[in-house]
Design a protein around this ligand. Structure first.
Ligand code: CP
Ligand code: NVA
Length: 312
């Protein structure tokens, strides 16, 4: 495969954010996920390994894709709701990470605060994988890009995130677009623009790959000529200002009217779960342009690529 060396460079590392992944490593993961999807990877490269999966928040796709990926690769995925761990009674993350490292080959966690992952990674002797934090969702962005590459191959496409620009999915997609050399735009209400440190990092990567990054308040301007429209819930898990969001986000709904301003071939992506009638209409979610269920399936293939790269 192309970029095999880049895949090998991920071995033993944490996977917390795409900020620290190179364009070649990212592309190698996408290629490897494609190989898994095509059934080209034989054997059980993680035979006998165990991955601990800690959850501070609910999850369907991430939990089940990681569990299934582990099973197919020969590893066991241990689902650990945080309430079932002693950390819920005050045991430190240091001790949790240190002890888990004596048993398992990797620790994956879905956390409220990104700092929790950083603390786990600081003390764990095994790779730590981000299964979603308030700040980033890198496993999701990998499946997002895999879905884009399935539809558009190696073309340079225009990707537009519409909605909560400061959401974990928005941040990770921006970094992913930068790594892929895409033209990336965000359409979000002021106050919900991406974090400036994420934009700075995306611009640094973009200077290497030729990507462009733009941020708009006007969704119609942003989606002009877009090949990929992406949206996510207006109210991410753990977010507090729900009423305010319900007031400012309605102009950012992805609906048939907004799609008239995109390129004719544009596809629609959504990480799911979606809230129909809020950020996306039912007709778009289940319509001919929606690639959301391929995107959800691709969580399985990309999870395999990540687990294999870090652990095999
Ligand atoms: N997209 C995603 O992460 O879905 P879950 O919350 O169901 O894992
Ligand atoms: N931004 C959403 C993603 C869910 C998969 C959330 O954090 O709730």
């Amino acid at each position: 495969m192309r970029w095999g060396w880049a895949l090998r460079s991920l071995r033993g590392r944490d996977f917390l954010t795409l900020s620290t992944v190179t364009p070649a490593e990212f592309r190698a993961l996408v290629d490897r996920a494609m190989a898994h999807k095509r059934g080209l990877v034989a054997g059980k490269p993680l035979d006998g390994m165990v991955v601990a999966g800690i959850f501070e928040k609910p999850s369907t796709r991430t939990r089940v894709s990681m569990g299934t990926a582990c099973a197919h690769l020969g590893a066991t995925f241990m689902t650990l709701p945080v309430e079932a761990l002693q950390v819920s009674r005050g045991e430190t993350l240091r001790d949790t990470a240190t002890v888990l490292s004596r048993y398992v080959n990797a620790v994956a966690a879905r956390v409220k605060k990104h700092e929790t992952l950083e603390e786990l990674a600081k003390w764990a002797d095994v790779p730590v994988i981000n299964m979603l934090s308030d700040r980033y969702h890198p496993l999701q962005a990998l499946a997002d890009v895999m879905t884009i590459v399935e539809r558009f191959g190696d073309e340079r496409v225009k990707v537009v995130f519409v909605g909560d620009g400061a959401a974990n999915t928005s941040h990770s997609l921006m970094l992913a677009s930068a790594l892929m050399g895409y033209d990336h735009a965000v359409a979000a209400p002021k106050g919900y623009w991406p974090d400036s440190s994420v934009v700075s990092r995306a611009l640094e990567i973009a200077s290497e790959t030729g990507a462009t990054i733009e941020i708009y308040e006007d969704p119609v301007r942003a989606v002009h000529g877009a090949d990929v429209i992406y949206t996510d819930t207006w109210v991410s898990m753990g977010v507090q200002d729900v009423e305010e969001r319900m007031e400012v986000f309605p102009p950012y709904q992805v609906n048939d009217e907004l799609l008239k301003h995109t390129s004719e071939r544009a596809i629609v992506l959504h990480c799911q779960p979606w809230f129909l009638g809020q950020e996306i209409t039912e007709s778009v979610a289940y319509g001919p342009r929606s690639a959301a269920f391929d995107q959800a399936e691709n969580r399985l293939h990309t999870a395999k690529a990540v687990l294999e790269a870090l652990l095999a």
